[in-house]
Design a protein. Structure first.
Length: 187
């Protein structure tokens, strides 16, 4: 009886191994690069999730948006450590909600199914550079890699910039300081 069970188990293991070998030989169906609207949504929602994590110090949602592989390699606390410099700089990435990101590389899906997006959000005075990698998990693109950095954008000097004219009908209201725009004043 044990010999029969052993033979059945050996046959089942052999069939499973053979099936896996056949599956590896057949190319996986190619995954198309998502539509531009989906790419825009992926960039914006990822940067907003990181921005909120940096603002609150709570990286559990960002962690939850990751692939199982990213989650296994990085706890929420480790994600917080990875983005410490960005958080300490007080970078506000909310301009990603209204400014259109510019890709510096053509979006591409690797043979393994990884979607890579590299580019920047043309915000000022800090430009937000990013590289994002997503994998399709259960019909959703999940974060498998994320790198975000800022670069100071050179400002035109007052001598070289033409004087701005007030719009017709302007009431002389003071324009908010661009460095503080979008941030509430401290009480």
């Amino acid at each position: 009886m044990l010999r029969t069970i052993g033979r059945v188990a050996a046959i089942a293991l052999a069939l499973a191994t053979a099936g896996a070998a056949v599956a590896q030989q057949q190319p996986a169906p190619a995954i198309a690069v998502p539509a531009p609207e989906v790419l825009l949504m992926l960039v914006r929602t990822t940067l907003v999730a990181l921005n909120q994590a940096n603002f609150t110090g709570n990286y559990t949602v960002l962690h939850g948006l990751g692939t199982p592989g990213l989650q296994a390699k990085n706890s929420p606390a480790q994600l917080g450590i990875a983005f410490t410099d960005l958080r300490n700089q007080g970078v506000d990435m909310s301009p990603a909600l209204v400014l259109t990101p510019e890709l510096t590389e053509a979006p591409a899906v690797s043979p393994q199914g990884a979607l890579r997006l590299a580019g920047f959000v043309p915000s000022q005075p800090l430009r937000i550079n990013f590289v994002m990698v997503f994998l399709p998990i259960d019909n959703r693109w999940r974060i498998d890699g994320l790198s975000v950095a800022t670069v100071q954008v050179p400002q035109p000097s007052a001598k070289s910039a033409p004087a701005a004219k007030a719009p017709a009908g302007a009431d002389g209201a003071k324009k908010p300081d661009e460095k503080k725009a979008g941030r509430p004043k401290a009480p």
